[in-house]
Design a protein around this ligand. Sequence first.
Ligand code: GAR
Length: 238
Amino acid sequence: MNSRKRVAILISGRGSNMEALIAAAAGDDYPAEIVGVIANTPKARGLESARMRGIPTRMVPQRDYPDRAAHDEAIGAVLEELGAEMVCLAGYMRLLTPAFVERWAGRMINIHPSLLPAFPGLDTHSRALAAGVRVHGATVHFVTEAMDDGPIVAQAAVPVLAGDTADALAARVLKAEHRLYAQALAMVARGEARVEGGRTVFSATSDWGAEDALYSPAPDAPVSLETLDLERLARFTP
Ligand code: GAR
């Protein structure tokens, strides 16, 4: 397919969501191709796995730049060089400047491990347990200036089970994240989900349904997306 959207992924860490997007994009009929992965810190070990999969990688360490604006400009230059048409934040743990967000408005999405607007920020799983919620999950949203905020593209819900630890819950959510992000990127890349007036508008052709939002009903329930190599992803699960 030659109309595939050119997507760059920004990471700061493990990169398992990045892996999920790379795996999904390996499918012939997936509407996006991954043209590069950029990391802001040498701690981002996902960069090596992207390199191993033949994806162009770039390290743009934030400590090499005097301020956030200069760092974002450097990232912007790499995105241009890669010919990126869309950006996916996948565990990119740094706030972006308003100028950068504005430049990529409607073309940049993020995944967050909670059912937003609940639990923005860090430690979402232990906070969900402390709050006593019975359902938790993940959200993919268009990026705005506020942290973990912006028009929602898709969400996945998983149950909170008796005796859950934050790690057990995180693993359940992460599994859902991998499938969710691949589906959400496909929707945005196909133009089935787009921002209008600060909200996400979905086209009639979007095949997103309620059954897509509720999965992993049991911890080991199979998650199936034809193009996703779950066995390969499993080793990233904590
Ligand atoms: C994921 O759980 C992602 O949702 C989260 O960081 C993790 C990165 O894991 N992102 C945020 O918390 C953004 N606020 P990964 O590097 O294995 O994809």
